[in-house]
Design a protein around this ligand. Structure first.
Ligand SMILES: *Cc1c(COP(=O)(O)O)cnc(C)c1O
Length: 347
């Protein structure tokens, strides 16, 4: 293999080797007798979200496949955390990076991509991102990373300290070491694919519940088996929910899906801040709402056990959206009923 490629793979692996694992912490919820809920804190990666894992996997996959070579520009369709994390790895191995994003993308996101040395290429609206990325990569002899296609296959689902193996190892000394339920939302669907495959591969007695926000077709596609569903709306919960069924979404490994109202996601995100004194992003609210509902179901059946879900990113990225009451009342609406329910049932 080419020396540059060997060197690039070495740099990415060394970065992973310098990292400690992300913390799995137990929520203080005494009202849930015999049921423990844990959050795996993915906000502590160097680029602040679970997309750090995805970006590392996508770069390694493309390098090992011989797709990324010295001086080749990497292109991605992402206005979010994936572009931020990929810009970090592109700079690490010394290749240019261009994020293709809608011109409505928040200034703070663009700054983060630029902070890691990434460039930006704007399109009118989100549905044009994919086509524009294919074209841009072809016209400059670059490589289109294509997270929504490759997320599920770039990760080593059998182990290699992927997020699933990490969760099951970290749970080993807990009162209920094998979780009854893992709860995760889907953006690319890559993380839920890894969790679901790992559960089956290791034969764990754990169910995978995937939570879906409003304006996403994943839930309906799961219920009907129709992969051609599309929607003309975009999800308001950043990072999750898609207007089309992405290749990386793997319904076969999911045991159950649950639709979560956006107002419930926001209410849970704000409720979590009161509980742990830290701000998480809105998809963490969606995840935790699903975990709390799963806990209620278990309690009703008289079961005890543990439930694990993810804190996907920190709330600092959302101060002018989900943490801004004006934005919330305009874009999402009233969440009072969910706040009351959370306080009544769990606080
Ligand atoms: C990408 C993302 C998710 C979903 O993860 P996937 O593995 O892409 O399905 C959840 N929350 C946030 C904040 C994300 O950026």
């Amino acid at each position: 293999m080419n020396n540059w490629v060997v060197d690039a793979i070495g740099k990415i692996n060394a970065d992973a080797h310098r990292s400690a694992d992300t913390h799995l912490f137990k929520l203080p919820l005494p009202r849930l007798e015999g049921i423990d809920i844990y959050l795996k804190d993915e906000s502590t990666h160097p680029t602040g979200s679970l997309k750090h894992r995805l970006a590392r996997s996508l770069f390694l996959y493309a390098l090992c496949n011989g797709e990324i070579k010295e001086d080749m520009t990497v292109v991605e369709a992402s206005s979010g955390s994936t572009a931020v994390s990929e810009a970090y790895f592109a700079r690490m191995i010394g290749v240019p990076f261009i994020a293709v994003l809608p011109k409505s993308t928040a200034r703070s996101k663009i700054s983060q991509i630029e902070f890691y040395g990434g460039q930006t290429h704007f399109v009118e609206s989100a549905p044009q991102m994919h086509g524009a990325s294919v074209e841009l990569a072809a016209s400059i002899g670059g490589y289109f990373m294509d997270q929504f296609t490759f997320a599920e296959r770039a990760t080593d689902w059998r182990g290699n300290n992927n997020i699933a193996e990490s969760i099951f190892t970290q749970m080993e000394r807990e009162p209920h070491p094998v979780p009854s339920v893992l709860v995760m939302s889907a953006g690319t669907g890559g993380t839920s694919a890894t969790l679901g495959r790992y559960i089956r591969y290791r034969g764990y007695d754990t169910r995978l519940t995937v939570v879906d926000p409003e304006n996403s077709v994943f839930y309906d596609s799961y219920m009907t088996g129709d992969r051609s569903l599309v929607s003309d709306k975009s999800s308001r919960i950043e990072g999750i929910g898609r207007p089309k069924v992405e290749h990386s979404f793997q319904p076969g490994v999911i045991d159950k899906m649950l639709q979560v109202p956006d107002a419930a996601s926001i209410a849970t995100m704000l409720w979590l801040e009161k509980l742990i004194g830290r701000k998480a992003g809105p998809s963490t609210g969606t995840n935790l709402w699903g975990a709390l509902k799963s806990a209620q179901e278990m309690a009703k059946l008289g079961q005890s056990g543990s439930i694990v879900t993810l804190l996907c990113d920190g709330g600092e990225r959302y101060l002018d959206t989900c943490y801004d009451p004006t934005w919330v009342s305009t874009c999402v609406g009233d969440y009072e009923q969910y706040a009351v329910e959370l306080d009544g049932d769990f606080s």
